[in-house]
Structure formats: C-alpha cells, structure tokens
Design a protein. Structure first.
Length: 412
C-alpha cells in the first residue's frame, strides 16, 4: 500500500518560475546544456548540470561541480529566487500540449515502497548513471528532479483534482517549447490533505513511468542516510523521494525508434529477404508512422517499408508480446547481431519527438544503416509488465511532455 505524503517544498518565486523551470538534466548533452544556461542564467540547469559553469575541459563528475551546484542553490535561495513552504502540502501540476492536458499530484513516495515493490518499475538502471545523481542529491541534500509516477485512475481523486483546479493557479506559464505549465497548491485543508494520502494508501501500487535512474539514486541516498543515522525512525525526509503522480489514462507514450549501423554481413536486399520470412513487407512511397500494434516502419537504402509481424510471432506474454521485443527477438538479434541493446554501440535510440525526418537524417545515404520506427508501447502494456514483476527491453517508452525540474525541490 503506497505512502504518498505531502512535503515542505522549496519552490521558485512566482515572478521567476518561467525562467528557472528547465527540462530534465538528461535531456541535454553537455554542449546543449551550456548553451541553454548561456541564454538563460536563471535556468535550473545551472544546478542540475553545474558543469555548465565551468570550462569545457572540466570533469563534469568532479566534486567541485557538485559543490558548485550546492552553492548555486544556496545563493539563489538567499537572493529570493526560491521560497520555502511553511507547511507540508501537496500540489497539482498540469501540463498542456497540443490540446491534451495531464494533471499530476506532487508529493513524496516512500523508499520502503520502492524496495518492497509497491512502487513498481519496468526498466533496469545502470550503475554509472545512478552514481551521478546519487552524488548530486547527496551533496545538495535535496532532490531536484521529480520522479514521473503513474497510478490507475481513482474517481474520488479525480473529483479532488477537478475541484482544486477551479481555484487560481500558483504558477501558470508557457515554456519555449509551447507547453503550458500550471501548478496549484493544496494547502490549508488538513482533511483534504489527509484524504489524498488515504486514497493512495488504498491502492495496490503505483508505477514508475519515467525517471528510473532518478528513483534508484534517491533510494540509494536514502539508504546511505539510514546507515549514517542508525537511530532513524522512518519519518525523516531522506526516507522519501520527490514524485509527480498522474492517472495512467491521461498519459501519452510516443514511439522510441532505433537506428542500426552495419547489416551484420547482409546486403540490404538480403536483409529484406530474411525479414520476409517472419514479416509481411510492403514498400511505401514516403515516410509514415505505423498505424497499429504489430506494425513497424523500416527505412533503408532510401526507401520506406511497412513490416507487419506474422501471427505466429504474437504472444500473450507481457514482455515478449511487445512490438519492441518482437523487433529485438526476430530482427535485431538474429539478423543484425544486436544481442544486448543496452551496451551495443551499433544501435542508437531516437525519441519519437524528433520525428521520422531524424531517422532519415541519421541513415543518410549509408546503405549499411537501417532505421525502425515503432508503434508506441501503450500504458496498459507498461502496467502489465510492471505488474508481472518483469522488465521491458531498454528504451521502450518515450513520455511527452517532460516534467520540468526546479518547480519543486525536496530538501532532505
């Protein structure tokens, strides 16, 4: 039974919020992050990616970089760019893009629930990626990037959300990418705050949609603090991690596509011939998105093809039945030699937000490259995998829009 509790947030001053809020730290490469900070000195990337304040040759994982992040946060708080909430409360966070709105409840999830499986995951994490955020959270003594969680919709919680949204928003701004961000504070009503916590506690589980590495890092910092404070009683802030929880039915998953370099000894025509043994192939005149589950768009040698998996490839298994698994198990590994997509440098993953033109650009005129555009994994598929206690292949889901960092900070 998951615990989702309110917290005393450190958050931007109202007149600074649009400048401070930034996309998650891992959306940018180093060059992009530095350019963003140069264009906006208040960007939260100064804290999330503090190497942007150093010469390019500086080791981005050095202690001085994390220490600079801590100092920057302290300075911005002292200068009034951030305020600290006097009471523990929940918030609503709504993101609207292209006519679609998703509204989440901001609170803190439990480290113990993560460890027990009440906070369910669907991806593995990599130790090296965890270490960066572990050091960031530990040295800042704060969590700065919320974990994107999902829950199966609850009618009463839906009513509460609708009622709160009738009041004036605390924040309301549109970011550079056209996404509207609105935040409401749920404070002052202890009965309502208590009811929200009770509703979550009656759920069997909640699910990590995006942010597996941030979640794992927050949990490991919490466990580190427990070792350092063996007299802890479980109420300390380090036992919880910053989260935004959305009803699953409101979330949108985009395609997460693949580009492979090298045809594993095949010519392109030979590859097509091998694929045709398990997929129906239809050449298309121009770029297109797959229309339904079981379809994949393939681009190579300057041409687009529709691949439709034959019936015998379908299965009720929650993992093996995923389109990304069918592609991996019947094309990428046996034909192209991609045995472990987590580590193979020949495969590149491209978020659907970049469009099909990015696949064409990456393949170019190179006849030894091939791209695959996927039909998006559904939320029900994600929940089924997580409920089964299993994991998806890497890069199976791309959630859009992305939560902004810097809107809420959970101090430990």
């Amino acid at each position: 039974m998951p615990i989702i509790r309110p917290f005393k947030s450190v958050r931007p001053a109202v007149d600074k919020v649009s400048a401070i809020a930034a996309l998650p730290y891992d959306v940018y490469d180093r060059k992009e992050a530095k350019k963003a900070v140069e264009g906006n000195p208040l960007s939260f990337l100064r804290i999330d990616r503090a190497e942007t304040q150093f010469p390019d040759e500086t080791d981005m994982y050095s202690h001085e970089v994390y220490e600079r992040a801590r100092q920057t946060l302290e300075e911005m708080r002292e200068e009034g760019f951030f305020v600290t909430e006097e009471e523990s409360c929940y918030y609503l966070y709504a993101l609207t893009y292209e006519g679609h709105t998703q509204t989440g409840i901001v609170g803190c999830a439990s480290v113990d629930d993560y460890l027990s499986g009440a906070v369910r995951r669907h991806e593995n994490t990599k130790e090296d990626k965890e270490q960066d955020r572990i050091r960031h959270v530990d040295i800042l003594n704060a969590q700065t990037g919320p974990i994107f969680l999902a829950y199966r919709g609850d009618p009463r919680l839906g009513q509460i959300v609708c009622t709160v949204k009738e009041s004036e928003a605390l924040y309301d701004f549109v970011s550079e990418d056209g996404i509207r961000h609105q935040v409401w504070k749920i404070g002052g009503d202890r009965k309502l705050t208590q009811e929200i916590g009770e509703i979550f506690s009656r759920m069997e589980s909640v699910y990590i949609a995006d942010g597996h590495h941030r979640a794992a890092s927050a949990v490991k910092v919490g466990l580190k603090r427990r070792r350092e404070h063996p007299d802890y009683d479980g109420t300390e802030e380090f036992n919880y991690f910053l989260s935004v929880l959305f009803p699953a039915e409101e979330l949108r998953i985009l395609d997460y596509n693949r580009v492979v370099t090298g045809l594993n000894g095949h010519t392109f025509e030979e590859l097509l011939d091998e694929i045709s043994k398990k997929f129906h192939i239809e050449e298309r005149a121009s770029a297109f998105h797959p229309a339904c589950k079981g379809e994949t768009a393939m681009y190579g040698a300057g041409r687009w093809y529709l691949l439709t998996a034959r019936k015998e490839l379908y299965t009720d298994d929650p993992v093996d039945g995923l389109d990304v698994s069918i592609l991996q198990n019947h094309i990428l590994e046996p034909l192209l030699g991609i045995r472990d997509p987590k580590v193979d440098s020949r495969i590149q993953f491209v978020g659907g937000i970049r469009g099909l033109e990015e696949l064409v650009r990456l393949v170019g005129q190179d006849v030894t490259k091939v791209a695959f555009a996927m039909y998006p994994t559904s939320m029900e598929e994600l929940l089924a995998v997580a409920d089964s206690g299993r994991l998806m292949p890497p890069k199976s889901t791309w959630f859009e829009p992305k939560l902004r960092s810097g809107l809420f900070i959970h101090s430990l």
